[in-house]
Design a protein around this ligand. Structure first.
Ligand code: PEP
Ligand code: MN
Length: 343
């Protein structure tokens, strides 16, 4: 149950309610920023409705509450003026890893020339092998920020570990939580306290409910700016790196108010599959994509097989725009297209 407290209510009245919960051993979570109280069950409705502190309440039968569509209809995340989940299809792009100055600056220049608003790039990489390239660390963050600033882009980068939270906070606009960390509840709790949007990837073996509960960790900590990202789940067939679960988009749209984007790169693992997967993401109603682009995919230090070239990115953008335009929608790169009347 979510109990909305009276906005101008008295502290003493709130304490009476909290005391009642404590005495009756009813677990509760007070989110002061929203003036709400969350209880894991919803059987206490008759009990709380007469308390002076209570304004209204919503019975939410699922374990995730704040992430539920019953609580809120829509979340639009705003990043320096660009909206995510606001109706335009966001195209976030960049290399898997920040590798060197020339690589990241040429990518930023190219993306900006295409109207892209978000550059991605990892400085701390969660690699399966300890011998693989694991990113440039803080030097990578600085390069990414410098390139983004030079070309007016927002930075999306992964926060792998709380030890480097301050650095990642300093140099980024959106914090990415990777697939491997979706279950890292300590990390999620800390990111609930920060004032920066979090892009939460789905764990590659996570059920949708588990994913929404991870989002709940962020929301219940007070961070309401959460973007979900489907990046493929592990299956039995070695022919594809992952199985891109596109059906999750309409499902999430039914269950939650959070924006949901697709990562067609990790989702397929093959550069030749990235364009059709991106078009499919647009067709099925995703709020955007997060795609790996590299100036020279063959030379990429991580995830080269799935990185698309600038030429392929051009094709991706054209095809996706054509498709979206036919549906009366637009990418966030098409600022001029917004002025044309809808068909
Ligand atoms: C990435 O975006 O480069 C990445 C490591 O993604 P994931 O966590 O989905 O594997
Ligand atoms: Mn990658």
């Amino acid at each position: 149950m979510i109990i909305k407290l009276k906005k101008d209510g008295q502290e003493a009245d709130r304490l009476i309610l909290f005391d009642f919960f404590k005495k009756n051993k009813i677990p509760f979570h007070y989110l002061s920023s929203e003036q709400i109280v969350i209880t894991p069950r919803h059987t206490e409705i008759e009990l709380v409705q007469d308390f002076s502190a209570v304004d209204s309440y919503i019975a939410i039968p699922t374990n995730y509450k704040l992430a539920s569509k019953l609580y809120k209809n829509k979340t639009v995340v705003s990043v320096n003026g660009t909206e995510i989940g606001g109706g335009l299809f966001n195209v976030m792009a960049g290399p898997c890893s920040v590798e060197h100055e020339e690589q990241i600056f040429s990518t930023a220049e190219f993306l900006a020339s295409k109207g892209v608003k978000f550059i991605r790039g990892g400085a701390y990489k969660p690699r399966t092998s300890p011998y693989s390239f694991s990113g440039l660390g803080v030097d990578g963050l600085k390069l990414l920020r410098k390139a983004a600033d030079q070309y007016g882009l927002n930075v999306v980068t992964e926060i792998l570990d709380l030890n480097v939270l301050d650095e990642v906070m300093n140099y980024s606009d959106v914090l990415q939580v990777g697939s491997r960390n979706m279950h890292n509840f300590y990390l999620l709790r800390e990111l609930g306290k920060v004032r920066k949007p979090v892009l939460l990837k789905r764990g590659f073996q996570a059920k949708v409910v588990e994913w929404l509960l991870s989002a709940e960790y962020l929301l219940s900590g007070g961070n309401s700016e959460v973007i979900l990202c489907e990046r493929g789940i592990r299956s039995f067939d070695p022919l594809s790196r992952n199985v891109l679960d596109l059906g999750v988009v309409p499902l999430i749209k039914e269950l939650s108010h959070l924006p949901v984007i697709i990562d067609p790169s990790h989702g397929t693992g093959a550069s030749s599959h990235v364009i059709p997967a991106s078009m499919a993401a647009a067709a099925i109603g995703a709020d955007g994509i997060l795609v790996e682009v590299h100036p020279n995919p063959a030379q990429a230090l991580s995830d080269g097989d799935q990185a698309i070239s600038f030429i392929q990115f051009d094709e991706l953008l054209n095809n996706t725009q054509l498709l979206l335009n036919a549906l009366g929608k637009h990418t966030d790169t098409q600022t001029s297209a917004l002025k044309t009347p809808r068909l």
